[in-house]
Design a protein. Structure first.
Length: 340
């Protein structure tokens, strides 16, 4: 049986198998009892030979997904797929040179692969410093959540997921690109420092670079569309609803200013500014006048109390905006007749 499977495997790699033969091979792959067979030594060798290849084409993605679907159709849901996926992926690597996409898909399916994932969430008014397994440093902002694997595999993608705001200082590793997933946006680097602002409720995401180079892409239905390459001082603002973006310049010193309690706002509406201030200062705003929705500001607040911040905003509005701070329940009521 083992010799027949080996021969069938070789025919499969050469594209000479019939549908019936392919079914036999997939059934064999789906049986955990065969995990330690000699047959898998052949795939181990194929895996090693292809370990340096990557392909991000739609064909590679489709090939990998199709193979997984065929195997899963024959695999009971209660069984672990970890012994299976590593070897099954080797076939796809040989067929479509999709090792890069295999690593990406593997990181997106922690339950199937058995990789343990860690996460850290922050409350309003809280920020923390994290050190990832590869020694990269992450400053996680208020009201944010970061998810990352317990370890990174050398030569594979370093995939993590962010909801909220974080500043990254990524350790350089040319063989293991570092990718941050934020909704439909993917930010890919080898080693650099950059800031991501990605709160889904705000309606906009942004990526700003302090050092190095960053590639930002949009993911949609398994396809990647490159948006821009960013260098120091560049910022990409992505609109979630419209699925479009704009590039602007930003002072490098402002990219991660929030780490040192300095908050910079550029041409921002009052409601969006208040959303950010809620997270930074752990307060709640009640905006009582719709006329204030049209107010836009350029402002930088450094080591200011929330009372000082509100007073500066009032002055910038031409003193037409009014506010009242209730320290007992940390609520700030805002009203007025618009701005000058």
């Amino acid at each position: 049986m083992k010799e027949n499977i080996k021969i069938l495997f070789e025919h499969y790699l050469a594209g000479k198998t019939s549908l019936e033969q392919e079914k036999i091979l997939m059934d064999y792959l789906a049986d955990p009892a065969n995990a330690d067979s000699e047959f898998h030594d052949v795939m181990e060798k194929a895996w090693a030979e292809q370990a340096s290849e990557s392909d991000y084409s739609a064909t590679a993605v489709g090939g990998l997904a199709a193979l997984w679907e065929k195997i899963e159709e024959r695999q009971p849901k209660s069984r672990s797929l970890f012994p299976l996926l590593k070897y099954a992926a080797a076939i796809v690597v040989i067929i479509s040179a999709s090792l890069g996409w295999y690593a990406y898909k593997k990181a997106q399916q922690p339950i199937q692969t058995g990789i343990s994932f860690l996460s850290k969430s922050t409350q309003k008014g809280e920020k923390v410093k994290l050190i990832l397994p590869d020694s990269s440093i992450v400053y996680l902002g208020a009201g944010s959540k970061l998810t990352w694997p317990s370890h990174f595999v050398k030569g594979s993608l370093r995939n993590i997921r962010l909801e909220g705001e974080a500043f990254f200082e990524v350790k350089h590793d040319a063989s293991s690109p570092f990718i941050v997933h934020s909704g439909h946006m993917l930010t890919r680097v080898l080693g650099t420092s950059f800031n991501i602002y990605a709160y889904p409720k705000d309606g906009t995401f942004s990526v700003a670079v302090r050092t190095g180079k960053v590639k930002v892409s949009e993911s949609s239905e398994g396809k990647l569309k490159q948006l821009s390459l960013l260098t120091p001082g560049m910022k990409l603002l992505y609109h979630l609803k419209a699925r479009d973006y704009a590039i602007s310049n930003e002072r490098i010193t402002e990219v991660n200013a929030w780490i040192k309690n300095s908050f910079a706002f550029k041409d921002i509406s009052l409601p969006n500014m208040l959303k950010s201030l809620e997270r930074y200062y752990n307060v709640h705003f009640e905006l009582k006048a719709h006329k204030l929705d049209q107010c836009r500001f350029n402002a930088t607040f450094t080591n200011k109390s929330i009372g000082e911040v509100m007073e500066e905003i009032r002055v910038m509005s031409g003193k037409k905006m009014k506010y009242k701070i209730n320290a007992a329940n940390k609520t700030i009521t805002v009203w007025g007749e618009g701005c000058q």
